[in-house]
Structures are given as C-alpha cells and as structure tokens.
Design a protein around this ligand. Structure first.
Ligand SMILES: [Zn+2]
Length: 160
C-alpha cells in the first residue's frame, strides 16, 4: 500500500495546516485581475489582448521582479511550473495524471511562492498567472475561513 500512496503523490495535510484559518483581511488586497482594455469576456483580437496585457504588466510593474506561473494538463499528466525573470530559471513539478488543470495552475502558483524566498526582500515581486479561477478562489476566502484542501499549501506559503 505504501508504494501506491507514493505513486499518487498524495499530500496529507498535517494538524497545524488543518487548524489554519484565513488571516484578517484575507488576500484580496494582494490580487489584481483587472487589465485596462481587456474585459472579462475576452472580446477582441487575441493578439491585441495579449499586447495590451503585456504593456500593462510592463508599465505597472516595471520595477518589480516578475514570476510567471503555468499549469498544464494533457493526456500524459498535469504539471505546474514557474518562470523567474530575474534568475532566468524555470521550475516545475509533475502532478498525478488525474489532477485537473486547476490543480496544475495552483501548483504553479505554489512553486512561485516557494521561489519568492530566493529573492531579496527589498525588491517587490509580482506573480503573473492566467488562472483566474485560482485567483478568484483566493480572493473569495474570507477572514477566519478554513481554506479548501487544494489550496492549503498555497495559503500556508501566503501566510509566511
Ligand atoms: Zn528568481
């Protein structure tokens, strides 16, 4: 049975994690999902939307170190990854084949938050993700709520 558990890469939360509640104010204030000229319905020409998005990120966060996260899901399995602009490195982690693309995106964000500690604290870091679902899930967590299991590791890193 032990081999099976390892193969599944199950992450069993510990007692401390299960007691953890969302701190005062939650994380809504850290999250921005608004890009000028790009609306939620994705109306417009994709290349122009991408251009507007990139321009916004470069002007608004020109002084910040940028981390980009990715989550992919294919027949071969699911994986999350992060790319760091400053270190020019990509770090990824494979997930169990049954993982959803949402879990893969959450994994990418988790890797990004882990990587933050490799940076100097005097330069602000912005984490860029295309997973609106993960951002909404985080933003909607209210104070003293118990984060859902699939966000436990991510919220634990946010707390530190
Ligand atoms: Zn880095």
């Amino acid at each position: 049975m032990k081999g099976f558990v390892v193969e599944m890469k199950m992450r069993t939360p510990n007692e401390e994690q299960l007691k953890f509640l969302v701190p005062k104010g939650g994380w809504r204030g850290m999250i921005s999902t608004n890009i000028p000229g790009v609306n939620k319905k994705n109306e417009g020409i994709p290349s122009e939307l991408l251009q507007k998005t990139m321009l916004h990120l470069h002007t608004k966060y020109s002084d910040n170190t940028k981390l980009c996260t990715y989550g992919t899901k294919s027949a071969e399995g699911a994986a999350g990854a992060v790319w760091c602009e400053e270190h020019r490195l990509t770090s990824g982690a494979g997930l169990h084949a049954l993982s959803s693309s949402y879990q893969a995106e959450v994994e990418g964000l988790t890797l990004a938050l882990k990587h933050v500690s490799a940076h100097d604290t005097n330069k602000q870091i912005v984490i860029i993700t295309d997973s609106k679902a993960a951002l909404d899930a985080l933003a909607n967590l209210g104070q003293d709520e118990l984060p859902p299991l699939n966000l436990l590791r991510l919220t634990e890193l946010l707390r530190n």
